[in-house]
Design a binder for this molecule. Structure first.
Ligand code: SF4
Ligand code: SF4
Length: 379
C-alpha cells in the first residue's frame, strides 16, 4: 500500500522547482528525454527550462497560457501552445552535460511566484555544477532588483532575457499591468532592463517583444531604436493566440506586417537605420522607409532578417531558435529556425513587398551619406 506514496506517484503539483523543471518539448527530444523528431528535421540547440509551481504563474498576462485567470489547472495548460513535460532538475542537468555537442545554451525561465527568484539561482547553480554550458536567465522583472541580478550572474548566467513583450506603455498596461489585473509595471521593467545592461554588458541583455498585442508599427520602431541606443537586443515573437486565454480570439499579425517588422528591426539593429528614415501613416502603420534598394535586396537575398531572434551559443551562432514557437508545422514559418533555403527567399520577398515602402535614396537615413550598403555589410 505504501508504494502508492512513493515519489514517482506524486502529482505534478508537488514536483515543484527548484527540484523539478519543465522542459520545452523540442528540448526534451534533443536531450533524449522524450521520443520524436521535428518537422523538416529542424534542430533545437537551446534547452528551454521553465520553473514549475502548482498555480503556474501569479501574473495575469492576457495572452499567456500560464496566466493566473486562465481556466483549468496550470499543469494541464500549454505554454506557447505546446506541452512542457516535467523532469527532475538534476536529471536535466546531467542530460545537458551528456549532450554538450548538441546543446549550445540552456535558458531558465522564471514565472511570477515568491519562490521563483531563489529557485532560478539554485537551478542555474545545478546546471553550472555539471557543465560549462552557456546559460540565459529569462527573468520576471517584477521580482528582481540589481543585487538579485548580480546573484544570478554569479550563479553562472551570462545573458538576461526580459519578457517586456508589449511595445508601448499603453499596451503593457492593458495586457500585463493593472489593466489586466496583473502585477507588472512598464517603468519597473525598464529600470530592471537598464540594471541588467549595466551588470551583464552590451548586447548581453535582450527584451522579448511580441508583435500583435495591439501596438502600432510606430510603437515597435520607437522601441527598437530605444533598445538599440542602449545596446539591448530586441527579440521578436509573433503573437499566436493560446486557447483559453483572454486573447484567445485575437487575430495574429498579418504575415506581411510581421515580415516588414522583422526586416525593419534588422535594418535598425544591423545597419543603424535611424528613426528619421522611417515614416508612418495616421494610424501609425509603416508607410515609407528611406534606405538604399540595394541594401534591402541584399537582406531579402540572404534571408537572415527572417530567422528567429535568440540567444547565441558560445561561438556566437544563434542557439535559441524555438522551432514552431509561434506557428504550426506546415504553416508559413513566422521566424525561420535555420537560414531560409534558396527556394524560400523569393516567397519571403513576395510576402514582405518591402519595395512598396522604399523611398529612392543612395544612402541610409534622412541625413544621407551615413553608411553605404557595402560598408555596412562589412561592418
Ligand atoms: S509573467 Fe510571464 S509566465 Fe506569467 S502570465 Fe505573464 S507572460 Fe505568462
Ligand atoms: S532568446 Fe531564448 S535563450 Fe534567450 S532569453 Fe529568450 S528564451 Fe531564453
Amino acid at each position: 500500500m505504501r508504494a502508492k506514496l512513493l515519489p514517482a506517484a506524486l502529482p505534478e503539483d508537488f514536483k515543484t522547482s527548484p527540484d523539478h523543471v519543465r522542459v520545452s518539448m523540442a528540448a526534451a527530444m534533443t536531450l533524449g528525454l522524450r521520443p520524436g523528431r521535428m518537422f523538416r528535421n529542424a534542430t533545437c540547440d537551446c534547452v528551454n527550462l521553465l520553473e514549475n509551481y502548482p498555480a503556474g504563474c501569479y501574473a495575469n498576462c492576457t495572452y499567456c497560457g500560464l496566466a493566473r485567470e486562465r481556466p483549468g489547472r496550470a499543469q494541464d495548460n500549454s505554454f506557447i501552445r505546446v506541452g512542457w513535460p516535467l523532469f527532475p532538475t538534476d536529471l536535466v542537468a546531467e542530460a545537458v552535460a551528456d549532450n554538450l555537442e548538441r546543446v549550445g545554451r540552456v535558458c531558465v525561465a522564471m514565472v511570477q511566484d515568491k519562490r521563483a527568484s531563489p529557485d532560478l539561482v539554485e537551478i542555474t547553480r545545478r546546471l553550472r555544477r555539471r557543465s560549462d554550458v552557456p546559460i540565459s536567465a529569462l527573468v520576471t522583472a517584477t521580482l528582481l532588483d540589481a543585487p538579485k541580478l548580480e546573484t544570478i550572474r554569479e550563479a553562472g548566467a551570462d545573458i538576461v532575457g526580459i519578457g517586456l513583450d508589449a511595445a508601448s506603455e499603453a499596451v503593457f498596461f492593458k495586457t500585463r499591468g493593472r489593466g489586466a489585473r496583473g502585477p507588472h509595471s512598464w517603468a519597473q521593467h525598464w529600470e530592471l532592463a537598464r540594471a541588467a545592461r549595466r551588470i551583464f554588458g552590451p548586447m548581453k541583455v535582450n527584451c522579448h517583444v511580441v508583435v500583435g498585442l495591439g501596438e502600432t508599427d510606430r510603437d515597435l520602431v520607437e522601441l527598437f531604436c530605444r533598445l538599440k541606443s542602449e545596446a539591448i537586443a530586441a527579440y521578436l515573437f509573433s503573437f499566436n493566440p493560446e486557447p483559453g486565454t483572454a486573447m484567445a480570439d485575437a487575430p495574429r499579425p498579418p504575415l506581411r506586417r510581421w515580415r516588414r517588422i522583422q526586416l525593419t528591426k534588422y535594418l535598425i539593429e544591423r545597419y543603424d537605420v535611424p528613426r528619421e528614415a522611417i515614416e508612418f501613416d495616421a494610424e501609425g502603420t509603416l508607410s515609407a522607409v528611406s534606405v538604399p534598394r540595394a541594401l534591402v535586396d541584399a537582406c531579402l537575398a540572404d534571408g537572415l532578417a527572417f530567422m528567429t531572434n535568440g540567444c547565441p551559443d558560445r561561438h556566437g551562432a544563434m542557439a535559441c531558435n524555438r522551432p514552431f514557437g509561434s506557428y504550426r508545422p506546415g504553416e508559413a514559418f513566422r521566424d525561420y529556425p535555420f537560414v531560409p533555403e534558396d527556394e524560400e527567399r523569393p516567397v519571403i520577398r513576395a510576402e514582405t513587398r518591402y519595395e512598396d515602402l522604399l523611398r529612392g535614396c543612395d544612402s541610409i537615413g534622412a541625413a544621407g551619406g551615413r553608411v553605404s550598403p557595402t560598408t555596412a555589410r562589412g561592418a
